[in-house]
Design a protein around this ligand. Structure first.
Ligand code: ATP
Ligand code: FE2
Length: 331
């Protein structure tokens, strides 16, 4: 079966075409367009307008790049949530139109679960991982337990990517700020004390952001501040991930989300995994960030396990939680 998936939860609009080959995910195409606000944060309506402008062409290009015809598409999937309402609606509307035009089934999927399943689907020996999902808006530690993907820990305020981007904006770095801050942090040497805030299994970043801003205003070296932000936030993420692994007795860890591109984060999690004798996995970058292929793959898994959705039930859900999904396709 071939599935075309449309991702549109936030900044990115993506269209991917994938096929199930003996239970593994073969990606035929995976095209993404990212909305970059001229200044300030993301405006949901403007992001949705951006997605609407590019989506029809992106669908055509993705089908062409996959080397298939529209008639070869067996299933259409879309990101049902969580995310920004106008963006989700734009992606879902396109998916409905495509499903009706092609007369092929439609399925709406959970974006966070898709981040985990694309790792299992594309990486050899990645079977039952604890996912550390770190993106702009999301920061969650997710693992499978008793029929659901459960959230073992998450941010209590902003996502780690947004935290980094907010600091970047304060110091005049262009969005998205993660890659540049990583470069600057590599030149930092002196650790500046920052709040390390873990509550139970959850993490908070806003206090750290305030103190980092104060350091900047006091004239501390930007290199040292960026270094300290990375060391503190990534250590907290690694600690919560390790605790989830210990609790669930799992010996695989998977990274997902745009922040997984960061070498220091990868390094820290890798060390933790090595020390526990666990395996460490990161999907390729285009499958780590928000993308259509992961939406397509989860759509296929759900469809193959017998789940069906009618157009009238294909509503979006801005607050679609990871643990609301009944996981029928694995045990
Ligand atoms: P979601 O809806 O999943 O929250 P998003 O569009 O906010 O999606 P992604 O595309 O997964 O997120 O990731 C974007 C984030 O990743 C941005 O906040 C960006 O700054 C961050 N990022 C990208 N590269 C790096 C890096 N090398 N180091 C740290 N952060 C990074
Ligand atoms: Fe995401």
């Amino acid at each position: 079966m071939i599935c075309l998936g449309i991702e549109g939860t936030a900044h990115s609009i993506g269209v991917g075409v994938v096929k199930d080959v003996n239970g593994k995910c073969r990606v035929f195409s995976n095209l993404i367009k990212i909305y970059r606000p001229e200044q300030g944060g993301i405006h949901p309506r403007e992001a949705a307008n951006h997605h609407a402008i590019y989506l029809a062409d992106l669908i055509k290009e993705s089908v062409a790049k996959a080397g298939i015809d529209f008639t070869d598409v067996d299933l259409v999937s879309f990101s049902k949530g969580p995310g920004l309402g106008p963006c989700l609606r734009t992606a879902a509307t396109a998916a409905r139109a495509l499903s009706l035009t092609l007369n092929k089934p439609i399925i709406g999927v959970n974006h966070c679960v898709a981040h985990l399943e694309i790792g299992r689907g594309t990486l050899e020996d990645c079977n039952d991982p604890v996912l550390l999902y770190t993106s702009g808006a999301n920061t969650q530690v997710i693992a499978f337990a008793e029929g659901r993907y459960r959230v073992f820990g998450e941010t209590l305020d902003v996502g780690i990517g947004n935290c980094i981007d907010k600091f970047g904006r304060i110091v005049g770095i262009e969005f998205p700020c993660g890659p540049r801050i990583e470069e600057i942090a590599a030149k930092g040497k002196n650790y500046l004390e920052l709040p390390y805030s873990i509550k139970g299994m959850d993490i908070a970043f806003s206090g750290l952001l305030t103190v980092a801003e104060q350091y900047y205003k006091k004239g501390e070296r930007l290199e040292d501040i960026c270094y300290s932000i990375q060391e503190t936030t990534f250590a907290a993420l690694t600690e919560v991930t390790e605790r989830a692994m210990a609790h669930t007795e799992k010996d695989e860890v998977l990274l997902g989300g745009g922040v997984a591109a960061n070498k220091r984060l990868r390094g820290m999690v890798q060390i933790m995994a090595n020390e526990r004798g666990a395996s460490f996995f990161v999907p390729s970058k285009d499958l780590c960030i928000d993308n259509g292929a992961m939406i397509a793959w989860l759509g296929l898994l759900m469809h193959n396990s017998g789940i069906r959705m009618k157009i009238k039930n294909s509503l979006i859900n801005q607050r679609f939680r990871t643990d609301m999904v009944d996981v029928t396709w694995r045990d």
